[in-house]
Design a binder for this molecule. Structure first.
Ligand code: GAL
Length: 360
């Protein structure tokens, strides 16, 4: 199918140029965009990371001579389905999609397949569809392990210290990454829970009890407040496993409203992910204690190269063939490695990602 598509590439690209000249919402690569048009569907603009992903992919693809159509779904699964259906109707040459709800895209991906449009699942694996050609992401289980390791190190659990209290937060239940982050973290934390060196006073440890719909910081803040008021009367919480910076900031805000971080009541260890600027600043200020840095510019480049390879009839580079099964088939994947960041290493790890001024 891909070979057939590659053979059709020039014709499709040429007819596209005509179609797109009429609709005028695409971002053009200046002059020669014979490569065709890539549709990029991202989940939300409310988080800095997805802005970086979108911007970086547009830049990389334009440098390769493609036009791009970048859309954001406002964290609304139905809106995203409509946006992708529009991109299919506009006959883009390939789709790069970070799903909002990983199970909501089966119908629209069938439309894409019927139009012979290859699909790259970006960062979040799309489930339940055979029409997902490739997956690009980070080693998501490793993300969870890095968060757990930070907690283990900072509490001195390997030296036998404890018991300590901890609360657990997970990501959105409709995001396939959520379970990888959770399982990665629990792989390392569970022995300490079993040995009562870590105690979850709320009792909420199972994934279905600790998810945070759409990764929403305010939802996490409310849950943390409820836990503090019902399970920590007079007790302190020593650590919070948070899977994502937006959740970490919500948790920190709840903690502060309960007096943590002032009057000698130290904040607990709070992990995170994405190295978003607000969280890196919080780490520098000694509030959030850790985040996981994923170089999104690199992820964007992998996705752009993959799209380019597919459309030129080359076999894209993958480094994981069977690890990511979407329920219908194992999706060939390329995974990048994340890096744990805290106050001791942020300036070295993030040099070049943020300017010194941004980190002030
Ligand atoms: C996940 C992603 C994380 C974080 C989160 C919230 O799918 O892997 O890095 O960005 O979504 O946006």
């Amino acid at each position: 199918m891909r070979t057939r598509r590659a053979a059709l590439g020039i014709i499709t690209g040429a007819s596209l140029a005509l179609t797109l000249a009429a609709c005028g919402e695409e971002s053009a690569a200046g002059s020669g965009s014979e490569g065709g048009t890539i549709g990029i569907a991202m989940p939300t603009q409310s988080s800095e990371r997805w802005l970086t992903d979108g911007k970086s992919m547009v830049k990389d693809l334009e440098a390769k001579g493609y036009r791009t159509k970048l859309v954001y779904g406002d964290d609304d699964p139905q809106a995203q389905v409509t946006q992708i259906a529009d991109l299919v109707r506009q006959r883009v040459d390939a789709l790069i999609i970070a799903a909002i709800d990983n199970k909501s895209l089966t119908g629209v991906l069938q439309q894409a397949a019927d139009a012979d449009i290859p699909v790259i699942s970006y960062d979040r694996l799309i489930l339940g569809s055979k029409n997902v050609d490739y997956y690009v992401s980070f080693d998501n289980e490793q993300v969870g392990r890095q968060q757990a390791l930070h907690i283990i190190d900072r509490l001195g659990l390997e030296d036998g210290k404890g018991p300590f209290t901890i609360e657990l937060f997970a990501g959105s239940p409709d995001d396939n990454n959520t379970k990888y982050f959770y399982e990665g973290a629990m792989y390392l934390l569970q022995p300490y829970l079993d040995g009562r060196k870590l105690v979850v006073r709320s009792g909420e440890t199972k994934l279905d009890k600790i998810t945070t719909l759409r990764w929403d910081g305010t939802t996490a803040e409310s849950r943390m407040k409820r836990i503090l008021s019902t399970s920590y009367n007079g007790e302190r919480v020593d650590a919070v496993l948070s899977p994502y910076d937006g959740i970490s900031l919500g948790v920190l805000s709840a903690l502060k409203s309960y007096g943590y971080g002032s009057g000698g009541k130290r904040l607990p260890i709070v992990t995170g992910q994405d190295a978003e600027l607000a969280s890196v600043r919080s780490i520098i200020a000694g509030e959030q204690s850790q985040t996981v840095y994923k170089d999104l510019r690199q992820l964007a480049t992998v996705a752009a190269n993959m799209a380019d390879d597919i459309l030129k009839g080359r076999t894209p580079r993958i480094n994981n063939r069977r690890g990511y099964d979407n329920g219908v088939k194992p999706v060939p994947a390329y995974l990048l490695q994340p890096a744990s960041v805290d106050k001791s290493n942020y300036s070295a790890v993030l040099a070049g990602y943020y300017t010194a001024d941004e980190l002030k």
